[in-house]
Write a new protein. Sequence first.
Length: 252
Amino acid sequence: MSRRPLVAGNWKMFKTRGEALAFADGLKQGLGTSGDVEIAICPPFTSLDVLASAFAGSGVGVFGQNGHEDANGAHTGEISMEMLVDAGASGVLLGHSERRADNNETDQALARKVPAALAAGLTPVLCIGESEFERDSGTTKAVLDRQVLEGLSGVAIGDFAKVVVAYEPIWAIGTGKSATPEIAQEAHRWIRDQLREICQDAADQIRILYGGSVKPENAAELLSQPDIDGALVGGAALEPDSLLAIAAAATS
Ligand code: 13P
């Protein structure tokens, strides 16, 4: 089963609109060198529409970093899935560990957000991953099971193939300490086996991205693992050249 790799750059809370446009110029100049890989940028909300316009026709997607499950309502500071679509987004990150920690985002909330994203036509990227304490105490697989099963509990059986899962061990995020290819592959295989329990053969179509200190230097080895279908990149996605190098590694 071949899955088209996806390399997504999560900008977190970085870049003004002017900086985002300068990045888009640089990325577009290097496109075409990276082979058959889907590239998406997840900027702060303020840059969604300018980036969507800058990337129009280039094949590069623009994803939100969060979305609310309601179409609209009294939720100060929130943005709905429909608003993301209106701003030009084609996907959305959901449940990033920084949001789980900073904004108390729960598996129950994610169980509502994932179907809302699908209903709006967005590709949901459900982010999961264990902490260092959980890994050291031997509960990694239980944590991943809970995050996958609860986070995807609202997805209709026919929609599973559209879902993307990002495995981001918290201890590898922003630390420079990436998971080894063996550790990452073992977790990805485990996640796909759990997905098979809930959606049968569609599990082979679901792309599972690895995230956590992915750089041009370690991308090829990570992305050559059989169950790693792309990367969710933080720091190394802030410069066009390093993101392009990672995208090229995804197809090599
Ligand atoms: P880094 O690539 O900076 O470790 O960040 C990973 C991440 O959190 C992407 O969502």
